[in-house]
Ligand binder design. Structure first.
Ligand SMILES: [Zn+2]
Length: 116
C-alpha cells in the first residue's frame, strides 16, 4: 500500500503489520504499517464510508512555513502559524478560517475599503 510517510517525507510502499483492528469506542478501523523505505511505523485510521485511501495517518505530517516568518508582523504571523498547525492536525475547516483571517488582515493592512 502507498502512503505519504511522515518519517522520510516521501510517498512510499508500506507493509501491513498485523491486520486491521476496529476500535469499539468510535467504530474506526485502525492498522499499523511499516515503511519499506525508512522502516518508520505509521497508524492509519478511518471510519466507514471512508477507506484506506482517505485515512488519517499518524504521526501527522507537520507543515512547515514556506516563507520567512521572521519578517511577518505578529498580526499575520500568529494566524498563519495557527493555520499551518490546524492543517497538520487535520482540522481543515479551522485552517481555512485562519487563512481567511490572514488574507483579511493583509487587505486591511494594505488599505482596502470595505467589500472592495
Ligand atoms: Zn518512510
Amino acid at each position: 500500500m502507498l502512503f505519504d510517510c511522515p518519517h522520510c517525507k516521501a510517498k512510499c510502499q508500506f507493509d501491513s503489520l498485523d491486520g486491521q483492528r476496529r476500535c469499539r469506542a468510535d467504530e474506526s478501523h485502525q492498522q499499523g504499517w511499516l515503511c519499506l523505505n525508512c522502516n518508520g511505523i505509521i497508524i492509519t485510521k478511518f471510519t466507514v464510508p471512508q477507506n484506506l485511501n482517505t485515512a488519517l495517518i499518524f504521526p501527522l505530517i507537520k507543515i512547515n512555513p514556506k516563507i520567512d516568518i521572521k519578517k511577518l508582523d505578529d498580526k499575520f504571523k500568529n494566524d498563519y502559524l495557527e493555520a499551518l498547525e490546524d492543517y497538520s492536525n487535520g482540522c481543515y475547516v479551522s485552517c481555512v478560517i485562519m487563512c481567511r483571517r490572514v488574507i483579511q488582515q493583509s487587505c486591511i493592512d494594505k488599505g482596502a475599503k470595505k467589500k472592495k
